[in-house]
Design a protein around this ligand. Structure first.
Ligand code: HEM
Length: 481
């Protein structure tokens, strides 16, 4: 006899799918309050287990990590990242090799540090754009657009090289292409849950849009890879220690070629898929978190003052924030953590799939179940957090900030997931966010536009990540030491 998790009944055929609403993390939180920290829902034809407590998350991502380490197939990922990427890949040899390259080569500490100059330039460019958009603090600035441009900038430079800077200056068409790509990748299709309803996706134009976007992305990446190959033939990169993701993937192939014992080679499709993957995983999450952080600070003037005082004291008379200042900005780190706690950009992380029959808090979980960890609900659980619903950055002040975000330590706070499938991009994300936020807060005092509401509406919008629904428009009053 095997005890299955409590299973609230859904509708015939579609199960719980249509009942999750526009913000599933909220609906699932309310359901967990009634049914407990482990639930079994049928979404279309897919049995889905939902984990909603720190203890359940720990079993998924640590105790039984291997059993929970696969991912379900996603039709959009098949179309957009060739079904050959890493983040959406089932557990297996392809995922293992891709992850290895990602962790050892693309996102190593040394590699992330090598992009420091690109981050600092992009942060300075963002500050310049604020000044131009709001001369002398007159007129509102579209902070959302600025932050998207900054994030696209640093990530496309890391992925495609300094010539591949595709932010606002690189053309609106590309910004739109990236936005469409991320939106599609974040779209849950009917076909994923109810195969015989896949025609609805076609009817809604999703398939056609995916085909169009994928063809444009593919052409762009083909060009980028061809340019890189050409440059390598010309040896123009010989003495250039600074290498982007495409270079690194081509280097890995060259090494494998030279190595008589062989090594793993990545064909062009795999290279395109992995580069696109990191791009997709990095941009939406990073920009969403930055916008949320600015929004929370606007609604919390005391915390805003405190973090600005800290940054301005650390930078002193310097004319800009650099990464050398970041280790001193302890309160800023708390602000970012508190933002990730309350505004977890991927509230349900990325879905997992069980590879074998396993257990979760004593319940039986069959092989090939979809598994969702409601990290957002866990981070607001009043049983484990004081003032769980409030923005209180100080709560993280006692943390040892040198071991920041050590995944798999505290399962009450898992915005990056943990275990084998945990986010390999934390080391990239953290300095990108800290530098951007510190730069915006050092150079300007921020206010809501006069004549509007005195508090910002914090409504959410679901996509690849859950973001602030409103466009963040703020007035930037220049500040100088
Ligand atoms: C605030 C920023 C970010 C957040 C909140 C975030 C969060 C996550 C989460 C929740 C997962 C799934 C974890 C799991 O299943 O346990 C994930 C996976 C992943 N992330 Fe991030 N991420 C961020 C930034 C980045 C960046 C900057 C990169 C790369 C430059 C990146 C690359 C990836 C990749 C490649 C995966 C897939 C890992 C796998 O399936 O093995 N992420 N991320």
């Amino acid at each position: 006899w095997r005890r299955l998790p409590p299973a609230p009944p859904g509708l015939p055929l579609l199960g719980y799918l249509p009942l999750l609403g526009p913000l599933p993390h909220r609906k699932l939180q309310a359901m967990a309050a009634k049914h407990g920290p482990v639930m079994l829902l049928r979404l279309g034809r897919v049995p889905t287990v939902v984990a909603s407590s720190a203890a359940a998350a720990q079993e998924v991502m640590k105790t039984h990590d291997l059993a929970f380490a696969s991912r379900p197939r996603a039709r959009m990922a098949d179309r957009l990242v060739y079904g050959r990427d890493m983040a959406f890949a089932p557990y297996g040899e392809h995922w293992r090799q891709s992850r290895r390259v990602c962790v050892l080569h693309l996102l190593s500490y040394r590699r992330v540090r090598s992009f420091r100059h690109a981050r600092e330039q992009e942060a300075a460019a963002m500050v310049g754009r604020v000044r131009r958009a709001s001369p002398g603090g007159r007129g509102a600035v579209n902070v959302t657009a600025l932050i998207i441009s900054y994030t696209n900038g640093i990530i496309s430079r890391a992925a495609f090289g300094d010539e591949g800077r595709f932010g606002v200056d690189g053309g609106e068409k590309l910004t739109k292409l990236f936005a469409d790509f991320e939106e599609l990748l974040g779209t849950v299709t009917f076909g994923d849950f109810v195969p015989w309803l896949a025609w609805v996706d076609a009817l809604m134009g999703l398939d056609a849009k995916a085909a169009r976007t994928s063809a444009q992305m593919d052409a762009l990446l083909e060009r980028v890879i061809a340019d890189h190959r050409q440059r390598r033939r010309d040896s123009r990169r010989e003495h250039d220690g600074h290498r982007d993701f495409v270079d690194v993937m081509l280097d890995v192939n060259d090494e494998a070629d030279k190595n008589a014992a062989g090594g793993v080679m990545f064909d062009d499709v795999a290279i395109k898929a992995i580069v696109l993957d990191t791009f997709a995983a990095a941009t939406d999450t990073t920009y969403t978190s930055l916008v949320w952080a600015m929004a929370e600070l606007i609604n919390h003037p005391r915390e805003m003052r405190r973090v600005q005082d800290e940054i301005r004291a650390a930078v002193g008379d310097g004319d800009r924030v650099t990464e050398d200042h970041l280790p001193k900005l302890r309160y800023l780190k708390c602000v970012i953590k508190e933002t990730l706690r309350l505004r977890t950009p991927l509230p349900l992380l990325l879905p997992r799939e069980t590879m074998e029959d396993t257990q979760l808090l004593g319940y039986h979980v069959p092989a090939r179940s979809r598994v969702i960890v409601n990290a957002w609900a866990i981070a607001r659980d009043p049983a484990t957090w004081d003032r769980a619903e409030e923005f209180v950055p100080e709560r993280f002040a006692g943390d040892d900030l040198t071991t920041d975000y050590l995944l798999g330590q505290d399962f009450r706070f898992v915005p990056f997931g943990a275990g084998r499938r945990g986010c390999p991009g934390v080391g990239f994300a953290v300095p990108s966010m800290e530098l951007a936020l510190a730069s915006l807060l050092y150079h300007f005092d921020w206010e809501l536009p006069a004549g509007g509401p005195s508090k910002l509406e914090m409504d959410e919008l679901n996509g690849l990540s859950v973001r602030l629904k409103a466009t963040l428009l703020l007035v930037a009053k220049p500040w100088s030491p």
